[in-house]
Ligand binder design. Structure first.
Ligand code: GDP
Length: 430
C-alpha cells in the first residue's frame, strides 16, 4: 500500500496523535516530516497517557518502524529523554526507531536565541514555544546547521562549532544582551548525543522509499497545522516549517506519486495557541466552557488555548492547499453540551462579505465571522463507535461541514482513547 498523510488541518492540536495511533495498527512505518519539539501529541491507550514531542505516534504498535525525517529539527536532549522515558515504561525501541542522517539538530544556542528574541519582541511576541525551533530552521536555510549525520563523526564538529559560536555568541551577547554559550559544554553535549543516538541514525529517506516500493503502508505524521504553514499560514504568526502536503514530500524525500491518501484532521470547533488573528475566537462564557470541557491547554507549554467555533472559510482554504481525500473530525463529544452550535461560513471584511482566507494578517484580524447556527444534540457521543449511533443533529452538523470543506468525513473521534473512534469509511485504498 502507499503513503497516507495525516495532516493538521487547522491551527494545530487537532488530535493528530490519537488518530495516528489509531491508524498505525495497519502501518509498517510511521514517519514524522516537519516541526520539532514545539509539537506535542497526546496518545492514550488502555488508560495510559503518553505525551510525545518528537517520536512518532506509531511507537505503541510493535510491528511499526518509527522514523524522524529530514524535514524535522530535533533537540537531541529531548529525543534522548523521550526514548529513555518510553523504554522505562516497557516500550522497546531497538530496531524500531530511526533518525534521519539529514535531520538538523536544535542546538543550545538556538534555544537561547529563541528565548532572547521572543523577549525582545515584547508585546509583539510571536508566541513561539521558545524551544529553539525557529532559529534551528534559520540556520538550516543559512547553511550553518548541524546534521544528525555529523554526530557520527563527532570530532569533526569542534571546529565548525567554534566558528558558529563566534557568530551566535556575538548576537546573543552584543545584540540581545544574554549570556554566551560555552563551546566546551556544547561540544561535550555533542559527544554525549553521539553515544546515545548513534545507533538510531540512518538513511530514513531510503528506508521509507524501499518500504513503499515493496508495497508497505507508510503513515506520514504531520505536526502543527495548515494555517500555521510558513508559506501559507497567517504570516508572521506561523511555524518555521511546512506542515502541509508539500512539506511531507520534502521532509521525507518521497515524491507525490507515492501518495495514496491525504487525511485532514479537524476539530469539531477551532483552537489556536499563541498570538495571531483568529476570526472565530470566543472570548465569552461559551469559549471558557469549551476550553474547560476539552481541557484545551497545550501539551508542550501548558498554555491555555484560544477557543472558537468551526471556521469553514479557513477549512476550505486548508482543503484546497492539501487536497484532502478524507476528513477526520475530532472532539465531536465536546459539542454535546450546547443548545446550538455555530459554523462560520464567510467573513465580513471592511463592510464586504468575503469567502477567501486573506493573506495579510492585518486583514484577517479585521475579519468578522458570519455564522450559521445549527441545533445541538442532547445525547452524549463519547465512546460511540458506529456512525448510525450518533445523534441525528450531530450527523447533520457533520454533513454541513463536509459540504463546506468539500471532502467526506471518514473518521469521527468521540473521545481521547483509541477505541473511541468511528470509522465511517476506510481511508486506505483497497
Ligand atoms: P495533536 O498535537 O494534534 O496530536 O493534538 P494534542 O495532543 O495537542 O491535543 C489533542 C488533545 O485532545 C489530547 O489531549 C487528546 O487526548 C485529546 N483528544 C483527541 N481526540 C479527542 C476526542 O475526540 N475527544 C476528546 N474529548 N479528546 C480528544
Amino acid at each position: 500500500m502507499p503513503a497516507y498523510a495525516v495532516l493538521g488541518a487547522q491551527w494545530g492540536d487537532e488530535g493528530k496523535g490519537k488518530i495516528i495511533d489509531f491508524l498505525a495498527r495497519d502501518a509498517d512505518i510511521v514517519a514524522r516530516f516537519s516541526g520539532g519539539n514545539n509539537a506535542g501529541h497526546t496518545v492514550i491507550n488502555s488508560g495510559e497517557k503518553f505525551s510525545l514531542h518528537l517520536l512518532p505516534c506509531g511507537i505503541f504498535w510493535p510491528q511499526t518502524l518509527n522514523v524522524i525525517g529530514n524535514g524535522v529539527v530535533a533537540d537531541p536532549d529531548v529525543l534522548i529523554k523521550e526514548i529513555d522515558h518510553l523504554q522505562s515504561r516497557g516500550i522497546d525501541l531497538t530496531g524500531r526507531f530511526m533518525l534521519s542522517e539529514r535531520t538538523h539538530l536544535v542546538m543550545p544556542y538556538h534555544i537561547r536565541l529563541d528565548q532572547l528574541m521572543e523577549d525582545a519582541r515584547g508585546t509583539g511576541a510571536l508566541g513561539t514555544t521558545r524551544r529553539g525551533i525557529g532559529p534551528a530552521y534559520s540556520d538550516k536555510a543559512a547553511r550553518t546547521g548541524i546534521l544528525a549525520a555529523d554526530l557520527l563523526d563527532v570530532d569533526e564538529i569542534f571546529q565548525r562549532l567554534e566558528a558558529i559560536l563566534a557568530y551566535q555568541n556575538a548576537v546573543i551577547t552584543k545584540v540581545l544582551g544574554g549570556p554566551a554559550i560555552s563551546l566546551k559544554r556544547t561540544f561535550d553535549k555533542c559527544r554525549k548525543w553521539a553515544e546515545k543516538l548513534g545507533e538510531f541514525i540512518g538513511p530514513v529517506d531510503t528506508v521509507v522509499r524501499e518500504s513503499l516500493d515493496e508495497g508497505g503502508t507508510v503513515l506520514l505524521e504531520g505536526a502543527q497545522g495548515a494555517l500555521l504553514d510558513l508559506d501559507h499560514g497567517s504570516y508572521p504568526y506561523v511555524t518555521s516549517s511546512n506542515p502541509t502536503i508539500g512539506g511531507a514530500c520534502v521532509g521525507l524525500g518521497i515524491h507525490p506519486r507515492y501518495m495514496g491518501g491525504i487525511l485532514g484532521v479537524f476539530k469539531a470547533y477551532s483552537t489556536r495557541v499563541g498570538a495571531g488573528p483568529f476570526p472565530t475566537e470566543l472570548l465569552d462564557d461559551t469559549g471558557e466552557t469549551i476550553r474547560d470541557l476539552a481541557k484545551e491547554f497545550g501539551t508542550t507549554t501548558g498554555r491555555p488555548r484560544r477557543v472558537g467555533w468551526f471556521d469553514a472559510v479557513a477549512a476550505r482554504y486548508s482543503a484546497r492547499l492539501n487536497g484532502y481525500t478524507s476528513v477526520v473530525l475530532t472532539k465531536l463529544d465536546i459539542l454535546d453540551h450546547f443548545d446550538t452550535v455555530k459554523i462560520c461560513t464567510a467573513y465580513e471584511l471592511d463592510g464586504e462579505v468575503v469567502s477567501e482566507f486573506p493573506a495579510s494578517d492585518t486583514a484577517l484580524d479585521r475579519c468578522k465571522p458570519i455564522y450559521e447556527e445549527h441545533p445541538g444534540w442532547d445525547k452524549p457521543t463519547p465512546s460511540i463507535t458506529r456512525r448510525d449511533d450518533l445523534p441525528k443533529e450531530a450527523l447533520s452538523y457533520m454533513d454541513r461541514l463536509q459540504e463546506l470543506i468539500g471532502s467526506s468525513v471518514d473518521i469521527i473521534s468521540t473521545g481521547p482513547e483509541r477505541h473511541e473512534t468511528v470509522m465511517a469509511r476506510s481511508v486506505f485504498s483497497p
